[in-house]
Ligand binder design. Sequence first.
Ligand SMILES: [Zn+2]
Length: 254
Amino acid sequence: MKFRIAFFIFNIIGIYLCVSYWSIPSFWFLIITYILLFGALVSLGSYFIGLNFFVRSEQKGAGIVFTFDDGPAPEFTPQILDILKKYNVKAIFFIIGKEAEKHPELLKRIDAEGHLIGNHSYSHSNFIPFFRAKKLQNDFEKSRTIIGGIINKKPNYIRPPFGVTSPRYTKMMRKVNFVSVGWSFRSYDTTENDAAVLARKTLQAIAKNDKAILLFHDTMEVTVKALPKILEKLKSNGTEIASLSASIKTLPYE
Ligand SMILES: [Zn+2]
């Protein structure tokens, strides 16, 4: 883990600073600045899943990979599925366990139409990066059991809520056989209101990286509006769209 290496180096440099500079007048200023800088580095590592700081996460597909988080949502998931079916595209849905409990029929439909289902935790709590490792594991396991009860398959792929990881994830991942899946393009469809802008930015990202894992949410109307524009263009360009499992050794289900 990069975090372990960073923490080791932090300690070594810290000891060196203490031994070498303890007698200078600005010693405490130096030490506090050093600790704050390390804190900033850890925060960056937590926020940017692509840095693989606490957990190694997949971020490259065998082609363009469509991922949808935070469902199932009765308002939008069926529309997304209709669009994917029209363009004959297979995607992966990282579902929230407590939402799956409310809408099991949507999970069954996602599975029956040939898409993958991944685990996006049970609670999707804002505090999940701060959960103790055991509680974090229980949250993902609970969601996994619920999914297994609905589609008779337990997912191996997880996506940390908000893409935020922590040392708690490092600890959990040592005990489980989950594969963490990040992304190489975050669409920001939860904050973008203009479907044309969303489609344009996505297509620009794909033009630069034809192995991108794209992050969308099947809880947003703008995504439903932008998706046909994106797929129409990709199909006319002949861009390869791949299933996530095509680039990962571990099978999607246990
Ligand atoms: Zn989420």
